[in-house]
Design a protein around this ligand. Structure first.
Ligand SMILES: [Zn+2]
Length: 412
């Protein structure tokens, strides 16, 4: 893997703005995602990929044909081209810091924005390496352009080194992952892989096949406004009932008090007046039974409050969002084992842990394409402190090459 080649490629991708938009129902949610998709389409053709096809929904697929004379499973690699709408991705000016010395990095002198290992301790893992950071005014977009870089570079490497044996490999770059729609129009049949890996994790070594079960809940409370001076026995203050509901949920089962496999209720917005209050929650749990219980807990609190106040003032609507891919991956656990073995072969310590979130891979797994997630190398996603060590991008590319090679041994 050529380091400069990787740096150049990554910088080319991150300087193209591909921010997605959660409020636009169009697909893709922003036109500018086509800019990178079209460049990648040309690049894939140029490096010698086959069946390069950018479809009408902005999904770019391509094939690296097998170079062996026996059948092995077709596998896939997936990354997303959009960046998070949480922070601007326009005019990204990547800064390269060679031979990182373990000290504070001044991202922006005028605005005094500093990336410091005293706050972001993970930086110290990368002493002596080449870090790419922002200039403090945008996100970087290593999520997930590091993943895109890794897949393109690994394919190029396999094409340029035909002595490395591999089966048929399919790759796909998707739009709109950051707005939860990256898997929605993914044509799993056309992709035609037996399983795939998203290159969309963070720290080097990460390997994930468990994610949250997820639902969204909207609690609507209807009150009655009456002149406060003449309100006795008449006014119903929806905000007071809302606080009753909030306090009835377990106080410690919230994001700021939970980690690992612990689930939570997260109140993420309140809109309230006397007449009406709307609470918006997300519900998360890795365990399906506990997940279902959380939904029941909300419903029973609502029922109890309505009984107490003798009306139907409070209503709850819960919608499932995505499910833990574990149940789809466990029956084919060897696909995780292969990735783990390859990491160990390369001297990378695998970090297998549950994702406290979702991935495109979970939706793809439920669409019939089991899809664990592999590190892409970046840290501090979705903000100005995002950074990525070039060495981690190189290692992730080597993992892709290693998996391709390992399949030919495992299925001989
Ligand atoms: Zn991502």
């Amino acid at each position: 893997m050529n380091k400069q080649n990787i740096i150049d490629r990554f910088i080319k991708y991150v300087t193209i703005d591909t921010e997605s938009d959660p409020n636009n129902p169009a697909f893709p949610s922003t036109e500018k995602q086509w800019d990178l998709a079209k460049i990648l389409e040309q690049e894939l053709i140029a490096i010698g990929m086959e069946d390069v096809e950018l479809d009408k929904n902005c999904y770019l697929m391509a094939t690296l044909p097998s170079n062996i004379d026996y059948e092995v499973p077709t596998i896939g690699f997936v990354a997303h081209i959009d960046t998070s709408p949480d922070y601007t991705g326009a005019n990204v000016k990547p800064q390269i810091h060679e031979n990182y010395d373990g000290e504070d990095i001044v991202l922006n002198k005028e605005q005094n924005i500093i990336l410091s290992p005293s706050y972001f301790e993970d930086l110290l893992l990368y002493k002596g390496q080449t870090l790419i950071t922002t200039d403090g005014t945008t996100l970087l977009g290593a999520d997930d352009k590091a993943g895109v870089t890794e897949i393109v570079s690994a394919m190029e490497y396999l094409i340029q080194n035909p002595e490395i044996k591999h089966g048929k490999i399919r790759i796909c770059f998707t739009p709109d992952e950051e707005v939860g729609k990256g898997a929605h129009k993914f044509d799993v049949d056309k992709f035609g892989a037996q399983w795939a890996y998203t290159m969309d994790g963070s720290q080097i070594g990460e390997l994930e096949y468990e994610n949250f079960n997820a639902a969204g809940a909207v609690i609507t409370i209807n009150g009655k406004i009456v002149h406060p001076g003449y309100a006795k026995g008449k006014m119903v203050n929806s905000m007071t009932i809302a606080s009753q509901f909030i306090n009835a949920l377990p106080a410690k089962e919230v994001p700021e008090h939970t980690t690992g496999y612990e689930g939570f209720f997260h109140l993420h917005s309140i809109e309230g007046k006397v007449e009406q209050t709307i609470l918006r929650y997300i519900i998360r749990d890795h365990d399906m039974d506990l997940f279902q219980k959380r939904k029941e807990t909300m419903k029973s609190i609502v029922k109890k409050i309505n009984e107490e106040i003798g009306s139907n003032a409070i209503q709850v609507e819960i919608k499932d969002q995505y499910f833990n891919m574990r149940e789809k991956v466990e029956p084919v656990m060897y696909i995780v084992d292969i990735a783990e073995e390859v990491m160990k072969d390369l001297g990378i310590t695998p970090l297998i842990k549950p994702i406290r979130g979702g991935t495109d891979g979970s939706q793809l797994s439920f669409k019939g394409l089991p899809c664990p997630n592999i590190f892409a190398g970046g840290h501090n996603f979705h903000g100005r402190y995002e950074y990525v060590p070039v060495e981690s991008i190189m290692k992730a590319s080597e993992v892709i090459v290693g998996i391709a090679e390992k399949i030919t041994e495992k299925f001989k």
